[in-house]
Design a protein around this ligand. Structure first.
Ligand SMILES: Nc1nc2c(ncn2[C@@H]2O[C@H](COP(=O)(O)OP(=O)(O)OP(=O)(O)O)[C@@H](O)[C@H]2O)c(=O)[nH]1
Ligand SMILES: [Mg+2]
Length: 309
């Protein structure tokens, strides 16, 4: 690994890995994007959006924080779920610091969500390395937030607890102080300009999948995977060919839409975002293919980038 020498000579420089874990849909990816200051991880108003560990890098004068967005922890119903949940649970053990993200309880006397109970159990050995973030406070009442802080800390004594809104940024600045306080001393792992080490190809595939998550409904987003087949950089243009895998013929018809309207929309919306990310013009060609039961096929899953961890 090539280490950047820029900050490395400074005494007391901190560097390390922080995983963002929690139930599906609590706002982990939204928080990662806000901390990094740019969208690198996809978000949608549906659970199980994130499937990979996407890394965001935040470098300041006194620290480098490598933030690991993880898939929402849930009860796996197929081989894909098993693999992606294990990415998240492993990250709890393997990082220097854990940001455990949850939402305010919906009412003062509500009980902790079953899914959170499961996660809290896994966090027990790491409590002194775990910071609890109560997200989405913009749409909750202050007394419910206070009740949530009390209840969760009764279940486990967290290192710190911070109420935040990843959406509007409230409370998020506080987190920057934790990096210099709690990360170990060390050299930076990455160049200070770098905001992610996730390959462009992977992010491009994710941006296409994001539009499917946002524009298609019912089970279609969950049975879809995207593979970037070719990525060719020319002078002022990048040409990308990608395949959208769906579970059934009927899903293929919906993803393509009437006279190709849906696929055109997905293509256009993802092209605009990818252009912004890569800072160049893009030609994007999408092809839809049926792959029955791909989410239970170990070989196909590995081919699609969901390797067994
Ligand atoms: N009101 C409000 N909505 C938020 C906030 N943070 C995230 N959201 C919304 O919650 C939804 C889920 O956000 P994501 O960031 O995709 O959630 P996630 O935890 O990464 O979800 P998975 O990848 O499925 O586990 C999106 O519609 C976000 O816009 C917040 O602070 N306030
Ligand atoms: Mg996510």
């Amino acid at each position: 690994m090539v280490l950047n020498s820029g900050n490395s000579e400074k005494k007391g420089f901190k560097s390390g890995f922080i995983s963002l874990v929690g139930r599906p849909n609590v706002g982990k990816s939204t928080l990662l994007n806000r901390l990094v200051g740019q969208q690198i991880s996809i978000t949608a108003d549906k659970p199980q959006t994130t499937r990979n560990n996407i890394r965001g890098i935040l470098t300041r004068d006194d620290y480098q924080a490598v933030l690991l967005d993880t898939p929402g922890i849930h009860l796996p119903r197929n081989e894909l779920h098993k693999r992606i949940v294990s990415y998240a649970t492993r990250s709890i053990q393997e990082t220097d610091l854990v940001f455990y993200i949850t939402e305010p309880l919906p009412a003062a006397n509500a009980t902790i969500h079953k899914g959170d109970e499961v996660i809290i159990e896994q966090l027990k050995p790491r409590a002194d390395h775990t910071i609890l973030l109560i997200n989405k406070i913009d749409r909750s009442q202050p007394e419910h937030v206070l009740e949530t802080i009390a209840r969760f800390n009764q279940a486990l004594p967290f290192l710190e607890t911070v109420p935040i809104s990843a959406l509007n940024g409230k409370g998020v600045d506080v987190l920057n102080g934790f990096f210099s306080r709690y990360l170990p001393e060390g050299f930076p792992y990455f160049d200070e300009e770098q905001i992610t080490d996730t390959p462009e190809r992977v992010i491009v595939g994710e941006f296409i999948r994001e539009q499917i998550m946002r524009n298609c409904f019912q089970e279609i987003p969950y049975g879809t995977a995207v593979m970037v087949d070719s990525f060719k950089e020319e002078k002022e243009k990048i040409t990308i060919y990608a395949t959208v895998f769906v579970e059934r013929e009927s899903h293929k018809r919906i993803v393509i839409g009437k006279q190709g309207a849906m696929l055109k929309k997905i293509g256009k919306l993802s092209r605009l975002k990818i252009e912004r990310l890569l800072g160049t013009r893009l030609y994007l060609s999408l092809h839809v293919k049926v792959s029955k039961n791909w989410f239970n096929n170990p070989g196909k899953l590995s081919e699609l980038g969901y390797a067994k961890s």
